[in-house]
Design a protein around this ligand. Structure first.
Ligand SMILES: Cc1ncc(COP(=O)(O)O)c(C=O)c1O
Length: 360
């Protein structure tokens, strides 16, 4: 075996010196203010999970991996999230790579929020399109790009809730802008799916017209994993033919499909949603200091720190006391934008929130 190239080792060393080397750690006991399990559904036992077998279809969807259960679940997702059709993917990462790489042809232009998730950026990189970012939630800057590329095939791309700042996109205004310029738009609902009513955030806000495509992921509030793209039947037919992350991978197991059906379609989440909102309000009311940059109803509450070492030390200090929060460091955010991310859950108790407040 040849040795690992020195310049790659150097990259690791540079990370280490900068204090932002990523390492895997086994999740331990402690107070959870860092997972995306906003409603505590990951520990909700479904009948599918009690089965001894995973019932893997042992094949990709286009070969032997499609069952009536897969098709039925996709129809139910389409109905619940008010689109004509839906397509399952093994993860949100895969859905974004699969959607954007497939629809981004050579003369396509994507105009996206600078805070967009890495999975969308990777999908764009895998496409043949051109893409340009606008300043975070800045409609004027987005419009500047729409004017620049007028007459070309343009998609605006946003997230419903941004996971670094915990702030919402102005979806109504973006829908209006897209309509005014005659372009399509797409929204990733990873961090809002399951949290606002029975459908997605666009349904909750009665967004009109709906985007051409939405991505809903199941690894966060729904407490499972996987994702679906929601769109018209035509777009879904296109993805079945051209989306490589959909085509070249093994289908979701039947157990997984059943788990998603129970959690996403059949569970009544309203009580958990309400409890989560009560916890967020309590936390915000008690935490009266400046630096909180998130929206009042967001499960992600972010405290701007602006320094990698200070953010890391705060995280470690909480950790020592059994409280898990997350320091967000470069390169995930630009240098100087380092912050502490606190993820609120429906299951966090008042006592836990008080303990966290004490350390903050
Ligand atoms: C906005 C957004 N989209 C997509 C993903 C990827 O989803 P998944 O974890 O299901 O791959 C994430 C994950 O953090 C995300 O925050």
């Amino acid at each position: 075996m040849t040795s690992f190239p020195t310049r790659l080792i150097k990259k690791l060393e540079e990370r280490s010196e900068a204090g932002n080397l990523r390492k895997l750690a086994v999740r331990d006991e402690g107070i959870d203010f860092y997972s995306n399990d906003y409603l505590g559904l990951s520990s909700y036992e479904t009948t599918a999970q009690t089965s001894a077998y995973s019932f893997s279809p042992g094949s990709s969807r286009l070969i032997a991996g499609t069952t009536n259960e897969h098709l039925s679940l996709e129809r139910k997702f389409a109905q619940q999230f008010t689109h004509e059709a839906a397509l399952l993917f093994i993860s949100g990462y895969s859905a974004n790579c699969g959607l954007f790489s497939a629809i981004g042809l050579k003369d396509t232009v994507f105009v996206y929020d600078e805070f967009i998730h890495a999975s969308i950026k990777d999908g764009l990189r895998l496409s043949f399109s051109k893409s340009f970012s606008f300043k975070h939630n800045d409609l004027g800057d987005a419009e500047r790009l729409l004017k620049k590329f007028k007459g070309q095939h343009v998609f605006i791309v946003v997230e419903s809730l941004y996971s670094m700042h915990g702030d919402f996109a102005p979806l109504k205004e973006i829908a209006r802008l897209a309509q005014e310029y005659g372009v399509d738009w797409i929204v990733d609902e990873a961090h809002t799916g399951g949290l606002f009513g029975k459908g997605g955030y666009c349904d909750y806000l009665s967004i009109e017209p709906l985007p051409i495509a939405r991505i809903v992921t199941f690894g966060k509030a729904y407490g499972s994993s996987g994702a679906c793209v929601l769109s018209s039947q035509l777009v879904i037919d296109y993805l079945i033919n051209f989306s490589r992350p959909f085509i070249y991978t093994t289908a979701l197991s039947l157990n997984h499909v059943k788990e998603l059906e129970e959690k996403v379609i059949h569970s009544d989440l309203s009580q958990r949603q309400q409890q989560l909102q009560e916890n967020i309000s309590y936390f915000r009311a008690q935490f009266k200091q400046n630096g909180m940059i998130s929206a009042p109803t967001s499960p992600i509450q972010t405290l701007h720190i602006g320094d990698a070492l200070a953010a890391k030390l705060s995280e470690q200090e909480c950790e020592k006391n059994g409280i898990h929060i997350k320091a967000i460091l470069a390169p995930t955010v630009p240098k100087g934008a380092e912050s502490l991310r606190i993820s609120m859950h429906s299951f966090n108790t008042r006592k836990e929130i008080d303990q966290l407040l004490q350390f903050l």
